[in-house]
Design a protein around this ligand. Sequence first.
Ligand SMILES: [Zn+2]
Length: 419
Amino acid sequence: MGCRELLLTVCVLASSCTPRAVEAPAETPDRIFVSIGSDDWGRWSQHGPLWPNLETREWFGNEGLWLSGGELSKTTAETDDDLRELWALIEAVNEGQPPASRVVLTPFWIVAGPDFEAMRDAGCLDGAGHCEYKELWWHNSSGGLDRPPFERGDLRALYQEGFARGLWHPEYHGRSHFDTAAWAAYLAEGDHITALYFEAGLTYYHYGRLNASSRSFHSIHSEYLSDDGQFQKGPAQLTAWTHEGLRAFEAFWGYASRVTAMPCHYGGPEMGGVFAAAGVAGVEGEEKGRGLLPGLRNSPRLMFDPAFESPRAWEDVLAHTQREAERLVAASLRAPGAWDGARGAGFLTLQWHSLNALAATFAPEEAAGLRGLFRRMVAWLRGRWGDALVFVTASELQQVTSPHPAPPVPARAPPSRRR
Ligand SMILES: [Zn+2]
């Protein structure tokens, strides 16, 4: 018997019970559904460089090639050790737990990336004014992580192992995680910075760089919505680009993705129709609205990302995430129509980026510290909500929060009838 049914029974028996007591939100919810997503798995490029190791990061910093301001990022890509450590971490937090309390991570997956070798062979660095983006895919190759500068080997069996063992359940993140048209054009025009990064097997520019003297602007952010507007894809290109990416996801994982999160939560509202037409039912984005889309079931995320902060701030990140989790769960309990008739259910969508589980740019004790923070966050969730807590995947969360999904918005208006 759930809390709500118990309250109703007591009301029938007690003459002092008022209807208002029945209507009050449940203070102890029947269920708190929590999903833990993790963006950026599978990629070997994005709008900013993914350092293969600390030495490369240091070299670019020393050469003055980090033009984005502040400290160099620590963004990197996974190794086979990272994946094995992640499986061990999930198994450790799940040990002795009943099924509903076991974490199954939802990695948001990048299905493809640039084929540097093919682009070099095709003359992208020749200064001949021509460069075409060429792609490598996970569903029919061992991807860019198997090549220089990463040399991670073929990780496909390990990725699949995580799914087969019920440790993670991937969904679609994107196809490139950067603006491929802008990047190829910068290479074609001989942009020195783009070429230097290309030589090292890396992509750059971040969120936009305006050269104060030449007034030139460069940005390879982002996949769906171009910062450098001359490269913005039109509706038909966006549709084809996204549908091909989703097909590649299905070809690799064996099922169609039903939830997405756009790279950097960045894309125009028309992406709601593009995804809905391809069978995607839900999207995760920022609570303030960035990355949420019309026509889809929207899940606001709570970021739990200590890896992007200095180790000195990690305890504060954990405490802040816990405070915010309290607030968001309380808000979900008050949300009208969150789940038909189930006032006692709360929801939380956590986002723990892949960088929290990657070791190539961290000292070993830092990487262990990041795994420890994940363990403590999971333990805190269990302690806070006890038997009411149910860990779900992103697609399961969409299902329990959406018994009546919103109708899809068409990508384009249907053609008018000819008379
Ligand atoms: Zn991302």
